[in-house]
Design a protein around this ligand. Sequence first.
Ligand code: 6R9
Length: 645
Amino acid sequence: MSDHIDNMLHESRVIAPSPEFAAQARVTREQYDEMYRRSLDDPEGFWAGVAGELAWMKPWERVLDWQEPHAQWFVGGETNIAYNALDRNVERGLGDKTAIIWEGEDGEVRTYTYSELLREVSRAANALTALGVVKGDRVTLYLPLIPEAAIAMLACARIGAVHSVVFGGFSVSALADRLGNAQSKVLITADAGQRRGGLVNLKANADEAAALAPSLERMLVVDRAHTHPPMREGRDLWWHEALAAASDEHEAAPLDSEHPLFLLYTSGSTGQPKGVQHTTGGYMVGTYLTTQTVFDLRDDDIYWCTADVGWVTGHSYSVYGPLLNGATVLMYEGAPNHPDWGRFWDLIQRHRVTILYTAPTAIRSFMRQGDDLPARHDLSSLRLLGSVGEPINPEAWMWYYRVIGGERCPVVDTWWQTETGSIMLTTLPGAHSSKPGSAGLPMFGVDPTIMTREGEELGPDDGGLLVIKRPWPAMLRTVYGDDERYKKTYWGEIPHVYFAGDGARRDADGYFTVVGRVDDVLNVSGHRLGTMEIESALVAHPSIAEAAVVGRPDEVKGECVVAFVLPQSGAEVDPQELRTHVSKEIGALARPDAIIVADALPKTRSGKIMRRFLRQIAAGKEIQGDTSTLEDPAVLERLAATEAV
Ligand code: 6R9
């Protein structure tokens, strides 16, 4: 494992919440102990209590039906998550409260109150219905981080359409694959988005992807940047025109608690990305409770989760969780370094942000810019900081705590996944001390442990696999269209437990430290990429015969992509062209940082590539481990001696 992970294992600092914070915390230490115990001893009673704080159109008959590995939560109940995020808040007097403050990269600011957001979402729901979208249809979103992204998600949820958000940084083929897998009829996109002072032409990509996706019938286009893209007659429709023609009143559809809410594609160790499927009731209850307790949410907070809605964090903690709680959410469209690396601090100062939730990769980038940029801004409004997406190294944790939080704000390091839907491990800010580098304790209803591959439970400080021993409300229900893959990947690796794919250990205080993926999944800047996907993209290039991709520890990105490639006989490898090719096939995130042109790869006699050795070579380390199973161990020395391009 990487150096920063080694470093993490020897971390011993413990940081207690300030007495002021602890005194006014939403959940105290005693309350956590009591609630956590009850959530395991009487899960049905515990979750019924939480769900009862939200509105249901029909009460559930049973809280949980667990037919391993399939769970149903709030069985027989009917609800609507958009109703709970909007109408319910208006009804309880929050109509004039600001729901979303949005800032574009160019500095434009738009705000929506809860009443305004409800009207916009209602218009969008009516517009989708007018386009022929009905309950159960899949709608793909390919948008910049603009309010319309949240509005479109909530509009789908309102009518029971299943949204599938594809990150705006993904390529044509990634979008086409996801459209095809979901068999979406409608795509919602924008002409372009702003990024680092330039424009990303989403509509052009959407047009190309649409040509590869026969299921697609209509495209709704948000006029974000006024770039006048060509609009195809009979297929494309402007978002603003469709909404203007629609009524701003809409009655949210009562949906079965297990009605699918969204698909979100995520990388696995093999094959195509998986369409992780989440449903309505359990996801709603899980994100509602975790947002409230982990972020110690109060009425006057200005809450900012920096994640794009293209990732699960953007779903659960930029949109659903905070809106379900009636919070004021800040949304920022652009890059953290535009016009300079002070942009986040400027946003916090001007909007008086109180809660900041961001990723270690961003924190490390800021750290490299030094302390003066944050010091030149007034960050005194902040009262709580959060981290998500990958292990945070203790040095970055301490910098975040000291320089951004002024040693006043608790830092919550939250471990969870696209599949888990809501936060699983963390410390509650007023209840628990933090240990930099360690995510912490289980959230309510979460029953984790550390096991060997053989399913043997390990004791304190033993490294092993992180597993969850029972279902929780926001867990994924299946992989879209491939239930076998769901069973095999998550509940089949080790019998009777959910296998997260992460390596971890637990200390004597019960704190979990998650060290990273144990499968062939890379975590680049907090985003999951399958080595297989990148290898497939590489070999799709005419100059490449074979490829093996591994991660290398990177100071800023956490991990970066290193590609070992075997050229086709007689072919020249052009590294720049290969990088552009990978960007086009997958997205810029997947571009290899280093390419090593090889004449052979280290394989076992059965032909399996030993990525373990490639990881060592990529990191410039001595080769360690048994090389005798290799067909030709001499390959390793040749590879180690080859200069990367
Ligand atoms: C929410 C999200 C999930 C993978 C997960 C793990 C890594 C996320 C972490 C963390 C250590 C944390 N991960 N949070 N590792 N500490 N606080 O990121 O979902 O994109 O599906 O990634 O990210 O490896 O398995 P997702």
